[in-house]
Design a protein around this ligand. Sequence first.
Ligand code: TXA
Ligand code: MG
Length: 348
Amino acid sequence: MNTQLLPATDASLALAARLLADGQLVAFPTETVYGLGANALDEAAVRSIFAAKGRPADNPLIVHIHDRTQLTDICEVTESAVRLMDAFWPGPLTIILPRKETVPDVVTAGLDTVAVRMPAHPVALAMLRACKLPIAAPSANRSGKPSPTSAKHVFDDMNGRIPLILDGGESDVGLESTVISLAGEKPCILRPGGITKAMLEAVVGPVELAGSILRPLEKGEKALSPGMMYKHYSPDGQVTLIEGEESAVVEALRRLYAHAASEGHRACVMCFTEHVAALADCNPHDIGSKDDPSEVAHRLFATLRGLDDEKMDVIFSEVVPPEGVGLAVMNRLGRAAAFRTVRAEEVL
Ligand code: TXA
Ligand code: MG
């Protein structure tokens, strides 16, 4: 299949709408990451998303809408849901709600709940308006790769597998949406993202955090969100996270890099902008300012993709405090490192 990569224009949006109505797949930009969309009400079309991604069928998809009236046939809308939608939609928040019968099982992996989101990206909204359909869309990466934050990342993974990629530039947030479930007794964050726990609590009161956000699932532990069961992206190289006091971390990174390089590894460090100069001899990869976790979020997946392109085999990374957007960064970075962490002081 020939894959077209087109800037979003009236003509390419009309083409996207035709393809989607015809049961085909279209990759499109959102403010979080790129999505791989199909008509959520067309079972065969949704099935082809799983095939194009190589995604296990028991991992459910998010239904994207541009207008809340579309939810009538999709889910029950609770009072807390309305408050969250008023506060954060369009935006990087996915809400899990009791589903309606109209939604094909293939979308929800047979669960009695469904995930819904109204994205904030103008191209995503224009495409959703043009096709007038609820669009089921996971991130537009091949399963096992980091989510794509540019049209080029999508092309690298999906060339030949889908007919159209709409190019909307780099994704702003850079990490997938916050997923909150309103289907249980208390609101619970299943996946942290750009909308933080504090922001959610200001609107709906106390919110729980799923246990496995900063650690692997324990043996026998049931994942609240099926996506958490799967091995998340980790680069081909081994990533180790270094935590501790700032100057100790910089010194530890220097020593760990020197040791790995002396053993003949293709090694690098992932460090804050403020430390790039001090680590100039350590193949530094700038992950953004230490005072700006949103910038680290924005760059993280592109940096991780770059490591494999460069065939790095040993990677040492700084960490951010797991608070606010930093919690989302550490959820993804922790999984990239298989939670391998060392204290800087132990290296010195
Ligand atoms: O930012 C995003 O959310 C992007 C853009 C494209 O909107 N989409 C995205 O989709 O990240 P995906 O499929 O890569 O991640 C969806 C997550 C998965 O972890 C999945 O298990 C979970 O949401 N999920 C979907 N439906 C669910 C449900 N009914 N109950 C629990 N978890 C659900
Ligand atoms: Mg994904």
